[in-house]
Design a protein. Sequence first.
Length: 162
Amino acid sequence: MRLAVYPGSFDPITNGHIDVLERSSKLFDRIIIAVVHNLTKKAMFSLDERVEMIRQSVAHIPNVEIDCFSGLLAHYLAEKKACAIIRGLRTVTDFEYEMHMAMINRELIPEIDTIFITSDKNYIFISSSAVKEAAMVGGKVEQMVPPIVYQALKDKYLSTRS
Ligand code: PNS
């Protein structure tokens, strides 16, 4: 049973994340989407909101599960007996950060490899932060996120204006 972990903030999940998941779900028996519970980083959506949006957005991928973790990713990977970390790679600007993270994880848990999945060209400009920024000033982000996320962003936008 080859289990991979796809860790991230997913604040919120985007169509780019889903593309990476659909691609990686064909390479592994099971994938756990591991949503980080980071007390020091302010997220727009609560952990429960992020998990619920992911749950509704990945229901069509049969071998994907959702979980949360806090603390060190390496500890979580060991606990789950994962064989790989999945990370999406869009452009060269991602590379330095991702390489650094992969190297730290290699140092902490050498038996686990980081697998980079490149997004479809239609998604390379999509990031959670860009989507949030655009949505908060009324930008149309409908094509960039799943419907449940689009609705949640619209609700946040409207609540900040009232
Ligand atoms: O979606 P993100 O914010 O780029 O995901 C980053 C994440 C959550 C994968 C990374 O920050 C992480 O693994 N955090 C857990 C703490 C840890 O293990 N740090 C050492 C590796 S950088």
